[in-house]
Write a protein that binds this ligand. Sequence first.
Ligand code: NAD
Length: 285
Amino acid sequence: MGTTIRKVSVLGTGVLGAQIAYQVAYSGFEVVAYDIDQQALSTARERFERLSHTYQAEVPGADDVRTSAASRWLRLTDDLADAAKDADLIIEAIPERLDLKRETFAKLNELAPASTIFATNSSTLLPSAMADSTGRPDKFLALHFANRVWQFNTAEVMGTERTDPAVTEELTAFAGAIGMIPIVVHKEKAGYVLNSLLVPLLNSALTLAAGGYAGVEDIDRTWRIATGAPLGPLQIYDVIGLMTPYNILAYGSDGDRELAAWLKTNYIDQNKLGVSSGEGFYKYA
Ligand code: NAD
C-alpha cells in the first residue's frame, strides 16, 4: 500500500518522540523534530546520535551509510510554526497531559495547512478527548508506537467516530511504509490492543506476588513455560520500570493502592526500580 505522505513533523523529542522521528527519517521521509527550546533540542541531538549506534547494532542492514542518510533527513527546530508549515502529517509525542495536548493542537490548527493530518501518540488519553481542539476532527487520530520502535514495531491506528476512514487508511499505509506492523483498532478503546492485553496480566502478577501466593520467579516461570513467552510479567515490569505501575496504582482503587504500597516498601524505597537502576524484581549486571 502506498502513502501520499512525504513530510512529517514530530512534536516532542523525548523517549518516544525521538524514536518515532528517527524511525520515520530512517525510512526515507523528510522529518522535522520539534521541542520547546534549545536545551531540549541539544538533548534530542544526543538521543539521535545514540539511536544511530543502536540501529547499527540492532537493526539488520543498518550500516553507517543508512544511519547517516537518516540524520540528513532529520531537521530540528524550536519554532512550532516552522514544524507545522508544510507538514503532511504531524505526530504529537509531548508529555501525557490533556491540557497541554489540547493547547498544542489548537495552536497547530492555526499554523498547519488545512490538509495536514494530526496524530497523537498518547498511551492513556483517548483521541476523542482532543478531537475538537484540533479544529479538524476528520483528519485526527491516534497513532500509537511502542517503546523501542525499531524492535517492537507495532503501530496502533485508532480513530474516533469523527475520523474520516480515508485518513485511517492513509495512516495505516504510512505505518507500513515506516517499517511498522499497523494494528487497526476499529473503535476507541483505552489501552488500545496491546495494553488491554498487557496491563491485566502485569497487575495479576503483582497481585500474586504482593499477596504471597507465589514467588516472583515462579510467577514468571509459569507464564514462560505455559505460553512460550520469552519474558514473565514481572520481568516485563523490570523493563518498563517500577515507577510506572506505582504512579498509576497509587491513584486507583483501594486494592490498587495496597499494591502500590507493597511496591513502595519492598522495591521503590530501596531504589529497586527495575533494569534502569540495576535491580527490580531481579538483579542486573
Ligand atoms: P518524555 O517525557 O520522554 O518526552 C516528552 C518531550 O516533550 C520532552 O522532550 C519535552 O521537552 C517535550 N515537551 C514538553 N512540552 C512540550 C510542548 N509543549 N510541545 C512540544 N514538546 C514538549 O515523554 P515520552 O515517554 O516520550 O512520552 C511522550 C508521549 O508518548 C506521551 O503521550 C506518552 O503517553 C506516549 N508514549 C510513551 C511511551 C513510552 O514508553 N515512554 C510509549 C508509547 C507512547
